[in-house]
Design a protein around this ligand. Structure first.
Ligand code: GDP
Ligand code: MG
Length: 167
């Protein structure tokens, strides 16, 4: 079975950009995925010969109680429930936000395997700024973050290998 990896995080952190980088075929084989909700954005990818499925989700807006943001939060929670692992994307340029802490809390309570991906860090992987980002987002209590750039590709293969190492 291919592990199902859900990409979550608040709006605009780069989830869809990461999804596009992690998948070759978008919306592939959705009809062949028993048990998975069909109204989400699924894709397939492969690294080092290992296949995986990725789910993109809408923005997570956990504070709103109704309306579109609530619906998106529900969709994200459903994606988390269906996933074998979660990549929790945060914005390395903005730093840690209160919304990130709320999402992290949800993830910790859900017990799902979650990897924090500190995005928008192009050119920073492997230098002191990367170490500062790692220390900052370590406070989310979800282990060692991976520092990546979804737009440029820095750190993305290492991140997905880290996620897949658990399976
Ligand atoms: P989503 O709302 O979380 O799905 O975020 P998107 O993937 O739509 O990206 C939101 C914005 O962030 C877009 O303008 C992207 O081009 C930008 N973005 C995404 N990834 C990166 C990155 O690695 N570096 C930079 N500098 N910008 C990024
Ligand atoms: Mg998106």
């Amino acid at each position: 079975m291919k592990p199902v990896i859900a990409i979550v995080g608040r709006p605009n952190v780069g989830k869809s950009t990461l999804f596009n980088r992690l998948t070759r075929s978008r919306d592939a084989l959705v009809a062949d995925l028993p048990g998975l909700t069909r109204d989400r954005h699924y894709g397939e990818g492969r690294v080092g010969g290992r296949p995986y499925l990725v789910v993109d989700t809408g923005g997570f807006e956990p504070i709103a109680k109704d309306g579109i943001f609530h619906a998106m939060a529900q969709q994200t929670l459903q994606a988390i429930a269906e996933a074998d692992a979660v990549v929790f994307v945060v914005d390395g340029r903005q730093g840690l936000t209160p919304q990130d802490e709320i999402i992290a809390d949800r993830l910790r309570k859900s017990g799902v395997r979650a990897t924090v991906a500190v995005n928008k860090a192009e050119g920073m992987t492997g230098d002191s700024r990367s170490a500062m980002l790692t220390a900052d987002f370590h406070r989310l209590g979800l282990g060692d973050p991976c520092v990546i750039s979804s737009a440029h590709g820095d750190g993305v293969v290492e991140m997905i290998e880290t996620v897949l190492a658990d399976f």
